[in-house]
Ligand binder design. Structure first.
Ligand code: 4NP
Length: 143
């Protein structure tokens, strides 16, 4: 799960997908990272931690990481939150096999809105991510 800062959107996606996968007894490795490195080592944004907690998910122990090329080898699927993330991640891909792993988290070319500058966006962004995460887990477990 990849976004820009790895403190707002992708930590939510990571925590939710990990939780849903564990509930479904799926032994998946789930992680998140940012295309930017400003927040490396930091916990998620307080607003993401709070909205996740309000819906029963604990993302407080996750720490921000910087997306790097080794992650193409470590993961089967790389889900990015918006088209800028898509461009930045694809720049680091070395071949078609790596490029094929990368896609937008949402369907229909839709971006997950960056909530960083608007407190009011955290709840709808959470709901969008959770709704899609449920479908994604169903989709990927069927593969
Ligand atoms: P995220 O949100 O990409 O969903 O983690 C952002 C967090 C921090 C910044 C930008 C977006 N920033 O510029 O520091």
């Amino acid at each position: 799960m990849v976004c820009l800062g790895n403190i707002c959107r992708s930590p939510l996606a990571e925590g939710i997908v990990r939780h849903l996968a564990a509930d479904a007894q799926l032994d998946w490795k789930v992680a998140s990272a940012g295309t930017g490195n400003w927040h490396v080592g930091q916990p998620a944004d307080k607003r993401s931690i709070a909205v996740a907690r309000s819906y029963g998910y604990d993302i407080s122990k996750q720490r921000a990481k910087h997306f790097n090329a080794a992650m193409f080898e470590d993961f089967d699927h790389i889900l990015v939150m918006d088209k800028n993330n898509l461009r930045d991640v694809l720049k680091l891909a070395k071949n078609d096999e790596q490029r094929k792993k990368v896609r937008l988290f949402l369907t229909g070319e839709t971006d997950v809105t960056d909530p960083y500058f608007d407190d009011q966006l955290f709840d709808p962004v959470f709901q969008t991510i959770e709704q899609r995460a449920k479908k994604l887990v169903e989709e990927l477990r069927a593969k």
